[in-house]
Design a protein around this ligand. Structure first.
Ligand code: 13P
Length: 248
């Protein structure tokens, strides 16, 4: 079920990359190269230690910033974790939750991801909830079951508050592999996700595509009716490439 064309959101996910010096160069190039557009929102999700650097550089610019993970807990004996309230203190607008590198690399379950989304909303942040099937699930014809399970866990936990989230479809087989979902493959999954969100009256949430997004393929992906922008990994570390994607 497609919806009318909305503005696009393009989020860079630096993952565990960067250094104070490299970030300064990249941030300066992005600030110099990006002009605010009414139909575009741009944000960068950076490693925790660089949140202050992102805030200091991007404050007052049209580029928002955020983090790549958040604790499901508010405070207490959770060594190494970072709360949503702490992220809010650094001016974060967004936080990724349920990235496949955390679901599969750190054992995050659907329930944990949903709890993290709730924690983010509770602190006034917008969670970017990532879902996506593995290569084995895609090859077995089971993408629908996989993403349905992931999105339904969030819908059940958040109910109508789902309308305040962003969803990102990132097929695991397309992340960092150079193998992008075709625009039609992305559209099929996005349309399915939008239907699932209807139950929570959240069919209008932005649904981003992620997985080997590049300047060369962003235009065709973003042209799909239910693709509301992108979640960009590797290409977000290259200013010219990321600016081209953001403007696609
Ligand atoms: P790549 O763009 O490097 O494939 O990474 C996608 C991703 O995981 C963004 O969150």
């Amino acid at each position: 079920m497609s919806t009318p064309q909305r503005g696009k959101l393009v989020v860079g996910n630096w993952k565990m990359n960067g250094s104070a010096a490299a970030n300064a160069t990249l941030l300066a190039a992005l600030i110099a190269g990006w002009r605010a557009r009414p139909d575009r929102d741009v944000a960068l999700c950076v490693p925790y230690p660089y949140l202050a650097q992102a805030r200091d550089a991007l404050g007052g610019s049209p580029i928002a910033w955020g983090a790549q993970d958040v604790s499901e807990y508010a405070s207490g004996a959770y060594t190494g974790q970072v709360s949503a309230a702490m992220l809010a203190e650094f001016g974060c607008r967004y936080v990724l939750v349920g990235h496949s590198e955390r679901r599969h690399g750190c054992g995050e379950t659907d329930a944990i991801v949903a709890a993290k989304a709730a924690a983010a909303l509770g602190a006034g942040l917008t969670p970017v909830v990532c879902v996506g099937e593995t290569l084995a699930e895609r090859d077995a014809g089971q993408w629908q079951e996989a993403v349905t399970r992931q999105v339904d866990a969030v819908v059940q936990r958040l109910g109508a508050d789902c309308a305040r989230t962003v969803l990102a479809y990132e097929p695991v087989w397309a992340i960092g592999t150079g193998r992008t979902a075709t625009p039609q493959q992305a559209q099929d999954v996005h349309a399915h996700l939008r239907l699932r969100l209807r139950g929570a009256a959240a069919a209008g949430v932005p649904i981003l595509y992620g997985g080997s997004v590049k300047a060369a393929n962003a235009g065709a992906l973003f042209a799909q009716a239910d693709v509301d922008g992108g979640l960009v990994g590797g290409a977000s570390l290259d200013a010219a490439e990321f600016l081209a994607i953001a403007g696609a």
